[in-house]
Ligand binder design. Structure first.
Ligand SMILES: Cc1cc2nc3c(=O)[nH]c(=O)nc-3n(C[C@H](O)[C@H](O)[C@H](O)COP(=O)(O)OP(=O)(O)OC[C@H]3O[C@@H](n4cnc5c(N)ncnc54)[C@H](O)[C@@H]3O)c2cc1C
Ligand code: FES
Ligand code: FES
Length: 485
């Protein structure tokens, strides 16, 4: 087993032996490297002040993504390149176009948020050549500025493409990719410091073996939930097993009847396939957290966390998704709704992990929509999240599956409402009955996000919205049915 982590800080190689497994990249940069350009605002992934760019090899090219350093554990950098705001200026002193545009368009006042914006813009600059305003806004939605205002920052993100510039990161990418590939290893990374242990297996088999030895270890995927247990709840995680280095867990396979998503695939990695097969899910994912969080966070982690207000679960419930769980003993499968037992309690057994999620494709006659109700459009947690899939044949509902978040202690399937709709005409009268069933089906809580009454009311309104949006699409079948009759 390997006992040290190796990565590139800019273009300089680092090898660290005595690593605290849950030290964050932000703490490392500021306290060990004395690189204080990266700021701490919230320490919980919300404000973007700590944004850095991570590079990973992809053949001879490099993939760059913006992430929040405040909730990223240092060992996750193993085999990666870390780029901070200090690496942007060229050796001859010339500012990077991102910096120049921010400066020339007056996009900074107190400057506290500026390095974070600059790094989000750098990732955009490296990945897109001519982004739309919407794409720019999506890229910056995870960065908060309290004094400049966003207009000049967005202007700067548009203007940064106007400067003549040969980007040094792209110019050196083949060399960087080769260096990182040489740093990587098939061996499990195993770090021990005092009572704390951190493992990064490189295959599903090695993971299953490790979990047989440490059945109660904390599984770490993107760390966008687990990171906060350390930075906000000050939990001491004694054994952490990182899943991100296992390439099999990142795979997305378009099978014959279903899309299979590896539990370690990030939202960003899974986005294209999900948006193509289930377009409304794509729209919802654009509103899930921020670019930085989506670049780290995984669907497997969303399910693993089992939060009643996680966004992907209601959608996956409505789509009829199945979880494939694995341990050294083998594989077992279950419908996703059976995974959630009670508040934050799941069906996962010690030594087990979610390996992949099977999501059946929609049939042409299926109507499917999902809705997220939150106080802000971007970067906000749902008060209620709902997803509906209904199949109408000859004017009648022949199948309905409905998933909800934010209305019970777990993500839930609205079985009573489904039963009220099945076999009924797809019309106003049935929807009224469906609303009645839905209002009685759950007992939501009142909390800072919404009152129980609001949650109940909005749930029924979402069912109605779904009906209004889809009734005309189902209409051709109904008209046909009437003609036949
Ligand atoms: C600023 C911010 C905004 C957010 N916004 C949203 C939002 O809008 N909507 C939303 O739903 N969530 C949101 N989240 C929560 C979080 O990003 C998601 O829940 C994310 O999907 C977690 O994935 P992860 O890979 O980071 O999981 P991790 O933090 O690594 O793990 C989360 C949990 O899942 C377990 N786990 C991870 N992988 C597996 C596996 N393969 N098998 C079994 N268990 C596993 C872990 O042990 C842990 O219990 C937000 C978080 C932050 C910090
Ligand atoms: S410090 Fe706010 S997102 Fe990291
Ligand atoms: S410039 Fe002050 S917070 Fe953005």
């Amino acid at each position: 087993m390997r006992r040290s982590i190796r990565f590139l800080l800019g273009h300089e190689e680092r090898e660290l032996h005595d690593v605290d497994p849950t030290m964050t990249v932000l703490q490392y940069l500021r306290s060990e490297e004395r690189k204080t350009g990266t700021k701490e605002g919230c320490a919980e992934g919300d404000c973007g002040a700590c944004t850095v760019v991570i590079g990973e090899p992809d053949g001879e090219r490099m993939r760059y993504r913006a992430v929040n350093a405040c909730i990223l554990f240092l060992p996750v950098l193993d085999g990666c390149q870390l780029i901070t705001v200090e690496h942007l200026k060229r050796e001859d002193g010339e500012l990077h176009p991102v910096q120049r545009a921010m400066y020339e368009l007056h996009a900074s006042q107190c400057g506290f948020c500026t390095p974070g914006f600059v790094m989000s813009m750098l990732a955009l600059y490296l990945n897109e050549t001519s982004p739309s305003r919407d794409t720019i806004c999506d890229a910056l939605a995870g960065n908060l500025c309290r004094c400049t205002g966003y207009r000049p920052i967005i202007d700067a993100a548009q203007a940064m493409y106007d400067y003549d510039w040969q980007d040094p990161l792209r110019a050196r990418e083949a060399e960087t990719a080769a260096r990182l590939t040489a740093l990587r290893s098939e061996e499990t990374l195993a770090l021990v410091r005092g009572d704390r242990r951190y493992f990064a297996p490189q295959s599903v088999e090695a993971l299953a073996e490790l979990l047989a030895e440490y059945p109660r270890a904390t599984l770490l995927a993107g760390g966008t939930d687990v990171g906060l247990w350390v930075t906000k709840l000050h939990q001491d995680l004694d054994t952490v097993v990182y899943l991100g280095a296992i390439s099999e867990l990142h795979t997305i396979v378009e099978g014959e009847a279903a899309l299979e998503i590896g539990a370690g695939a990030t939202y960003t990695e899974a986005f294209d396939a999900l948006a193509r097969h289930y377009p409304d899910f794509g729209e919802l994912l654009r509103r899930l957290a921020s670019t930085q969080i989506r670049n780290s966070g995984t669907i497997g982690g969303n399910i693993g966390n089992g939060s009643p207000i996680g966004d992907s679960m209601p959608v996956l419930i409505a789509l009829g998704a199945e979880l494939v769980l694995r341990s050294r003993e083998g594989e077992r499968r279950m419908p996703i709704e059976d995974y959630f037992i009670e508040y934050r309690k799941t069906a996962l057994r010690p030594g087990e992990f979610i390996e992949r999620i099977r999501v059946p494709y929609l049939a042409p006659e299926d109507q499917f929509r999902c809705y997220k109700i939150s106080k802000r459009f971007d970067q906000d947690i749902s008060a209620v999240c709902a997803a509906f899939k209904v199949r109408v044949e000859q004017g009648r509902v022949v199948d309905a599956s409905i998933g909800f978040g934010g209305v019970a202690a777990t993500p839930v399937r609205a079985r009573a409402t489904e039963a009220a709709l099945k076999g009924q005409a797809w019309d106003e009268a049935s929807i009224a009955k469906g609303e009645e069933a839905l209002a009685a089906e759950f007992t939501p809580l009142t909390d800072m996000r919404a009152s129980a009454d609001y949650r109940r009311l909005v749930s029924t309104r979402l069912l109605r919205k779904f009906f209004v949006e889809t009734v005309d699409l189902a209409e051709p079948t109904r008209v046909l049915a009437e003609e036949v009759v």
